[in-house]
Design a protein around this ligand. Structure first.
Ligand SMILES: Cc1cc2nc3c(=O)[nH]c(=O)nc-3n(C[C@H](O)[C@H](O)[C@H](O)COP(=O)(O)O)c2cc1C
Length: 217
């Protein structure tokens, strides 16, 4: 694209005006604040408020990122579901360190978690799998996520074939489908501020509690 038609990226900026995040707003542990912000993201009707970017690295240290949906969280960690043969799952086998990122632009906020991913128990996966719409369960069977396919038709053909196969009964859990719980040790909250004086607070696990520090924006 020639420069003439290009969007002028250098001029794209906006002020962050939604208000700050102060020490007094913080909770003693990060999950309560995360829950509060997630609730506000849902109430604000952001699209995909539970979408989070998951970063993993391959054996060479090359980072990869992709969006997955947060399906559960508590003090034990943040849970997402995926294909266990996928690229991300392969990378996690080798290196289970992950970073999670929630970008909530309309609220001028982001939250980043650092932690390690652990595979969920089959029982936990089974419970969630059967709560999904039947077509999603069938799609899990049809797609060997992250493998190379030559045409979309192959995928659609497989889906129809499996729909027929499972039309009268329950869809069993594929052995190659599961999920991960990210046990976190670091959480950073970012709230945009006027004049680029944003607020950042970093929670880091320290013994049984959390150390909280303000970071420069
Ligand atoms: C909004 C959105 C939600 C998604 N949710 C999931 C999810 O919950 N689980 C999943 O495996 N992939 C999800 N994906 C697809 C992933 O981003 C990714 O393409 C897929 O997991 C394969 O990634 P990988 O090859 O790095 O393993 C989602 C994508 C988008 C854009």
């Amino acid at each position: 694209m020639s420069g003439e038609h290009q969007v002028d990226l250098t001029a794209m900026r906006r002020e962050y005006i939604k208000g700050g995040l102060r020490r007094n707003d913080l909770t003693s542990e990060p999950l309560a604040l995360f829950e509060h912000w997630l609730k506000q993201a849902c109430e604000a009707q952001l699209s995909d408020p539970t979408a989070m970017c998951v970063a993993t690295v391959d054996e060479t240290g090359q980072p990869y990122q992709r969006i997955v949906l947060l399906k559960h969280f508590d003090q034990h960690g943040l849970v997402f579901y995926t294909n266990l043969g996928s690229r991300k799952a392969q990378q996690l086998k080798h290196n289970n360190k992950v970073s999670l990122h929630f970008p909530w632009y309309p609220l001028e906020r982001q939250v980043c978690f650092l932690g390690v991913a652990e595979k969920l128990s089959p029982l936990e996966v089974l419970k969630y799998f059967h709560s999904r719409p039947k077509d999603s369960q069938i799609a899990a069977w049809a797609s060997h996520q992250s493998s190379r396919i030559s045409t979309r038709g192959i995928l659609e053909g497989k889906f129809l074939e499996l729909k027929q196969k499972f039309k009268n009964g329950e869809v069993p859990l594929p052995s190659f489908w599961g999920g991960f719980r990210v046990k976190f040790h670091s959480v950073e909250f970012w709230q945009g501020g006027a004049n680029r004086l944003h607020d950042r607070f970093l929670y880091q696990k320290e013994g049984l509690g959390w150390n909280i520090e303000r970071l420069a924006p």
